[in-house]
Design a protein around this ligand. Structure first.
Ligand SMILES: *[C@@H]1O[C@H](CO)[C@@H](O)[C@H](O)[C@H]1NC(C)=O
Ligand SMILES: *[C@@H]1O[C@H](CO)[C@@H](O)[C@H](O)[C@H]1NC(C)=O
Ligand SMILES: *[C@@H]1O[C@H](CO)[C@@H](O)[C@H](O)[C@H]1NC(C)=O
Ligand SMILES: *[C@@H]1O[C@H](CO)[C@@H](O)[C@H](O)[C@H]1NC(C)=O
Ligand SMILES: *[C@@H]1O[C@H](CO)[C@@H](O)[C@H](O)[C@H]1NC(C)=O
Length: 456
């Protein structure tokens, strides 16, 4: 008897449970009969549309989970002055609306329908770095499937603020952030999640950005965060968008011409200083370089001090220094040939030491020879022919010249003066070579420094 009762009781329990479960499974909120014959009945959705002002949940203490993902389709512009990055995103959002469910079998197999987005509650996800009016197109649609999963896609032109560091200018990489968050819903009401892996987002975006613009998308990383404001906590997803500039334009238009001009400037040291061409030549180069800088100014970032500006300043100062050097040497030569001052003893011995066969001091072979073998007839300012060092005309020659009247003392004085002039000329050439080498050394170190800085 007892067993039978138990058995009966169990049976009823099963029946009730079964009915309950079946009943639950069948509580479709949308009566979709006739959708396949007469089209969607707006009356069936009216109850849902009327609720659009409220977050669609049955139990209000359960947060709505919104999954987001995006595809970056273009990097339009990166503005270093305003610190803005303009990009194009296709934002996808997914969430459940439990008030929209129907039975696909009853509706002729309709599994998803599209609804105008303005009729439904939409999550207020925004990008915190956004710095522009939202120009999202109106009249967008959402897809709803029979389980109430809503898929909302919208294209966005995102002008986001980004901390741009232009120090390494044409070879720079930037790391911009896009922070997705809800505007008002705290974590008790809304949770954010990822629809797909960030690596997938990065891969599809890289495939999509096929344009050969200035910027290359390197990678996208992601981090989940909770932002606390006062007592409220907001869910956040931060995306780090790493981009790199294509430097070719700048290398061809800025670095190469500048390098050529400096190279020509360095080579112009081989113009003989006596021909008086060197200074005008360097002057012209300097002028040309200034014109080049003026023309290329538009290509440089308007703010900050990138390394490339330092490089340009360096090139300019190298040119100025070389011009100054030429002026100095020209002045020295002029002084030597018109009124040579007495040479200090130490300088004389240094000169002798340096021109001795075992050279230790910087005298380029050709230049040194030229300095020694110079016939100062070519020199401006030297009227009388002056002979080579050490070849002081002897008394016999002087007698043969038919100037017996000119005293021996005067001749000796003349010879000494010529010797002095030659010494000074030699000294000038030595100075020229020495300064040229210093210039080369300085140029090499500074350029190597800049290149090393660029590579770090
Ligand atoms: C669905 O609506 C049709 C009329 O449009 C009605 O005949 C039917 O009884 C309704 N079904 C349910 C389960 O309410
Ligand atoms: C609503 O959800 C909360 C938290 O999950 C739960 O404690 C509460 O019982 C639920 N209310 C109802 C009426 O189901
Ligand atoms: C969001 O993603 C999580 C796991 O990634 C998943 O469990 C959940 O169902 C998703 N929600 C929606 C609305 O897609
Ligand atoms: C993304 O692409 C890389 C190679 O380009 C591949 O190794 C990786 O598996 C891809 N990831 C996904 C999620 O597709
Ligand atoms: C971008 O910056 C964030 C934080 O500053 C860092 O975690 C991330 O690794 C950076 N990404 C790249 C590619 O440098």
């Amino acid at each position: 008897m007892e067993r039978g009762w138990l058995h009966e009781y169990g049976f009823f329990l099963c029946l009730i449970l079964h009915l309950l479960l079946q009943g639950r499974g069948d509580t479709f909120t949308i009566n979709c009969s006739g959708f396949d014959r007469h089209g969607v009945d707006p009356v069936a959705f009216q109850a849902v549309f009327d609720r659009k002002a409220f977050r669609p949940v049955i139990n209000y203490s359960i947060p709505t989970r919104v999954n987001i993902s995006f595809t970056m389709s273009a990097i339009v512009e990166v503005d270093a002055q305003l610190q803005l990055m303009t990009s194009f995103l296709w934002l996808n959002m997914f969430w459940y609306n439990p008030f929209i469910t129907w039975n696909p079998e009853e509706c002729g197999g309709i599994r998803k329908i599209s609804i105008a987005a303005e009729n439904l509650w939409l999550p207020d996800i925004f990008i915190e770095e956004f710095m522009d009016m939202d120009q999202t197109a109106t009249g967008l649609m959402v897809y709803v499937n029979s389980e109430g999963l809503i898929k909302y896609d919208k294209p966005m032109r995102v002008v986001s603020i980004c901390n741009l560091d232009i120090f390494y200018f044409p070879f720079d990489e930037q790391n911009c952030t896009l922070t997705f968050s809800s505007f008002i819903y705290t974590v008790e009401n809304m949770l954010l999640g990822m629809e797909k892996k960030v690596q997938e987002i990065s891969n599809t975006s890289q495939d999509l950005i096929r344009s050969k613009g200035e910027w290359v998308l390197l990678d996208i990383h992601q981090r989940m965060m909770k932002m606390t404001v006062g007592t409220n906590q907001y869910d956040q997803i931060i995306f780090y968008v790493a981009i790199r500039r294509r430097p070719r334009l700048y290398v061809i238009n800025l670095l190469v011409p500048s390098g050529f001009l400096v190279a020509i400037d360095a080579l112009s040291f081989y113009l003989p200083i006596e021909s008086e061409n060197r200074a005008p030549f360097k002057m012209t180069l300097l002028l040309g370089y200034n014109v080049f800088l003026l023309m290329m100014n538009d290509l440089l970032p308007a703010t900050g001090t990138p390394l490339i500006s330092v490089y340009f300043a360096l090139c300019l100062s190298l040119m100025v220094v070389s011009l100054l050097e030429t002026i100095f040497i020209t002045y020295l030569l002029h002084l030597a040939t018109t009124q040579p001052p007495p040479m200090p003893q130490w300088l004389h011995s240094l000169l002798l030491y340096c021109t001795s066969p075992t050279k230790c001091c910087p005298t380029a072979p050709q230049k040194g020879n030229k300095g020694l073998g110079l016939t100062p007839t070519h020199l401006p300012g030297v009227k009388e022919p002056v002979e080579l060092v050490g070849k002081v005309p002897g008394p016999r020659e002087a007698e043969l010249n038919g100037c017996p009247g000119s005293t021996r003392a005067q001749q000796e004085y003349e010879a000494q003066k010529r010797h002095l002039v030659n010494l000074w000329i030699e000294f000038s050439h030595m100075m020229d070579t020495l300064l040229f080498r210093l210039y080369l050394l300085f140029m090499a170190t500074s350029i190597i420094t800049v290149i090393v800085l660029w590579n770090t």
